[in-house]
Design a protein around this ligand. Structure first.
Ligand SMILES: [Zn+2]
Ligand SMILES: [Zn+2]
Length: 754
């Protein structure tokens, strides 16, 4: 009998066809395998029995970086095959498959890289069917060499031989290359003069450069990284000055996991993340750190460090001769998107980098490194940035809408989401749309998605905020595409993201949504951010919110925590304010507040007010800095010692002003800062359960940037563990990166016409 088998999921560019080939050979099955627009398509002539065994193997033991979502088997007219072979891709229709993210260097490739007897010794672009760049270098799908930027590097005889050898790890590896036929390096100085093109001598020069306190811009496979000696406070401060990034922490690249473990203590979750195929930056607690990193300069005011180990052959090679950790931060000027082309980088980083390490492989989809953290007490995984290694797939399930839907996301942490077929795709983190070049990348990414899937969106989802660049772009594009634009409220999208991720839309139990963040445009035109929603069987409604206070000075409010304090302060706090504002400012803001009509319920701003009150931070140099510094005052907590400052009022009021007043009283009474921070977080955590009780709900779903606070997450989990079912974002970040996904989840589940 002949059968047609289709395997769907993340099955291209992962060694699936060679795997099918070897399984077929083992079972003596004849036929063909190829990639097509739907995934992997197999024609197999086999007995019923063999076929069953074959399918079982394919689905249950796929290659390590593959993810099988579904498969189908169809019997067809008997066909004659002489053998089993891999045949070229066929594409007859639009794409309908999961795309392939970038994979970190695998162990086998890493070994070859450092084996003088191997022909890939010192070749910085060593990859195989299981590892290497994919999404970063892809221009079209199905995943074939011709559709990637590897098309510029025709394989040499030896590479062709590997490619054609069923027993080789590089059998049908689309990124296969070697030093004879592959990507070339060039180390240049600041003026562009080439110092070397030889990987071996470059690897000797790089440590010298870094030891001299110089800054090196390295083109990695997903974009440029800025590197310098992480032990030298002067060098790190110089990088801060040049990059115009005064305090935001830098990530640190260790040469090996073992070197990292000598410096910082890891638990199993950390180790797994650090060595995974996604290989993100992991935020680790750094209490009592005694190594020689310039901690104060790397992560000012923080007791955590973001670390990673090499994930490409180039990084591995570069770090081999460097026996110390180096800063590895996205190559850009503060706020701009990560750079990926040599022409742009030499101009934009002219004043930043002393040396450049370029290469000749083009990058189509530049991506920052992803960032994850585990909460200390309950080991809850929190994604801070979802980018390289995760983009562009979503692996959970959502009902497929009848119309083609695109979501333009939020503004500060822009991402997009597109539902052009049976799969939902989420872009990498793009950045803050206030910056022209981030906006450019955002629009480019939209066009790229539309082009790759050859699908014009019919519905364009956007935030309700009329001034978001993503909203304005959505309205223009919807007209051009002759589609329909729909606004979805920011915090409802957050709530929908956590409902969608946890598949709660069909839950028979009502779910309480706790959505706390910095800002979002509310349905009543106020700035929301301290919201409680109820969801039950297709209905989502706002149940409660933190007591409104004045939103002052537009965008400045989020940059200056002291303004949140000004807004929330009572008369007793005047002396505190007088320390933070000039008499002139006091007068001006005093007047502004009298006339002000713009209100907010933002918990992010309440964090700011507390941080300012405690003298922790009056001006943010990066988004959320005050809240992060505040969490870092705390070195742990015991629930039995915590006291709430305020409770949910009998009238249902969530008292924002009283909360600040009580904290001020504690401050005057000389209560230590860390205790105040602890009790503030405890107050927020307990209020969640008071609201849940009031509305008689025991399923609680939390989202919004405030839930990046791992201590708050731990407290909520600890308090609720016995009597409540708690949900958080899992594969997505709780911050505004999840808005695009949330908009789609809201649309497919709650839109009456969809
Ligand atoms: Zn490999
Ligand atoms: Zn070659």
């Amino acid at each position: 009998m002949t059968y047609r088998i289709v395997i769907k999921g993340q099955v291209q560019g992962v060694g699936f066809r060679p795997f099918v080939y070897s399984e077929a050979a083992r079972l003596g099955i004849k036929g063909t395998v190829s990639n097509n627009e739907e995934g992997v398509i197999i024609y197999a002539s086999a007995t019923d029995n063999d076929l069953q065994q074959f399918c079982k193997q394919l689905v249950t033991t796929p290659p390590r970086v593959a993810r099988v979502k579904s498969h189908s088997v169809q019997q067809m007219e008997e066909r004659e095959f002489n053998d089993f072979s891999i045949v070229p891709s066929e594409k007859n229709a639009r794409l309908n498959l999961q795309l392939t993210p970038d994979f970190a260097l695998c162990e086998d490739c890493e070994k070859e890289l450092s084996d003088p007897a191997n022909r890939r010794f010192n070749y910085p672009f060593t990859t195989c069917t299981y590892c290497g760049p994919r999404w970063a270098i892809t221009n079209a799908f199905p995943f074939e060499r011709d559709h990637t930027n590897m098309v510029s590097f025709p394989m040499c005889k030896d590479c062709v031989k590997e490619y054609g050898d069923p027993l080789d790890r590089r059998f049908h590896s689309q990124t296969n290359s070697c030093s004879h036929c592959g990507v070339q390096l060039a180390l240049t100085d600041h003026s562009g003069k080439v110092l070397s093109r030889d990987p071996e001598s470059i690897c000797q020069k790089v440590p010298e450069i870094l030891l001299q306190g110089k800054i090196l811009a390295v083109k990695n496979t997903s974009g440029y990284l800025l590197c310098c000696d992480a032990r030298s406070e002067d060098t790190v401060m110089e990088l801060r000055r040049r990059k115009r990034r005064p305090t935001k922490p830098f990530a640190i690249l260790y040469p090996f996991l073992s070197a990292l473990e000598k410096d910082l203590s890891l638990h199993e979750d950390h180790r797994k993340e650090l060595t995974s195929a996604e290989r993100p930056i992991v935020l680790l607690p750094a209490d009592g750190y005694k190594g020689d990193l310039a901690v104060r300069a790397l992560a000012p005011g923080l007791r955590q460090l973001g670390v990673m180990i090499p994930y490409t052959a180039l990084m591995s090679l570069m770090m081999r001769n460097i026996h110390f950790p180096v800063v590895a931060t996205s190559g850009n000027i503060h706020g701009s998107p990560i750079l990926s082309s040599e022409e742009e980088a030499v101009v934009a980083l002219k004043e930043v980098a002393d040396y450049f390490l370029h290469h000749t492989l083009e990058v189509t989809n530049p991506q920052d490194d992803s960032v994850v953290k585990y909460s200390e007490k309950t080991s809850q995984k929190i994604i801070f940035r979802r980018s390289r290694g995760y983009a562009p797939n979503y692996y959970g399930s959502l009902p497929v809408p009848p119309k083609k839907v695109i979501a333009m996301g939020a503004h500060l942490k822009s991402t997009i989401a597109f539902f052009p077929n049976d799969f939902l795709y989420l872009s990498q983190y793009l950045g803050n749309l206030d910056h022209m070049d981030v906006y450019q990348r955002f629009t480019d990414t939209v066009e790229f998605f539309v082009r790759v899937f050859e699908t014009t969106p019919e519905v364009v989802l956007h935030d309700l905020h009329p001034a978001y660049a993503s909203t304005q772009f959505a309205l223009v594009r919807a007209r051009e595409w002759e589609g329909e634009a729909r606004g979805i409220q920011h915090h409802k999208a957050h709530f929908a993201s956590v409902l969608g991720e946890n598949e709660l839309f069909r839950s028979p139990e009502p779910v309480l949504g706790v959505v706390w963040d910095g800002t979002g445009y509310g349905e009543d035109s106020a700035i929301w951010g301290g919201e409680f929603f109820g969801y039950k069987m297709g209905r989502m409604e706002r149940l409660a919110h933190f007591e409104y206070f004045d939103w002052l000075a537009g965008d400045k409010m989020a940059l200056e925590p002291r303004l949140s304090l000004f807004s929330l302060s009572g008369t007793a706090m005047t002396p505190v304010l007088e320390d933070k504002f000039t008499p002139e400012e006091m007068r001006i803001y005093g007047k502004v507040i009298q006339k002000n009509t713009l209100k907010t319920s933002s918990v992010g701003r309440i964090f700011d007010a507390v941080a300012s009150l405690l003298g922790i931070c009056d001006r943010n140099s990066y988004e959320g800095e005050a809240a992060i510094l505040m969490e870092n005052c705390l070195t742990g907590y015991d629930l039995n010692e915590c006291h709430p400052y305020v409770d949910l009022g009998e009238d249902g009021k969530l008292p924002s002003f009283d909360l600040i007043t009580r904290i001020h009283e504690d401050m005057l009474a000389g209560v230590p800062k860390d205790q105040i921070v602890r009790d503030f977080l405890f107050t927020l955590a307990t209020i969640i359960f008071q609201v849940a009780e009031r509305f008689n709900m025991n399923h609680i779903a939390c989202s919004g940037g405030v839930f990046q606070n791992a201590t708050l997450v731990d407290m909520v989990r600890e308090i609720g563990k016995d009597n409540y079912k708690l949900y958080f974002n899992r594969a997505l970040s709780p911050n505004d990166e999840n808005i695009a996904f949330g908009q789609i989840a809201y649309y497919v589940h709650l839109n009456p016409e969809s």
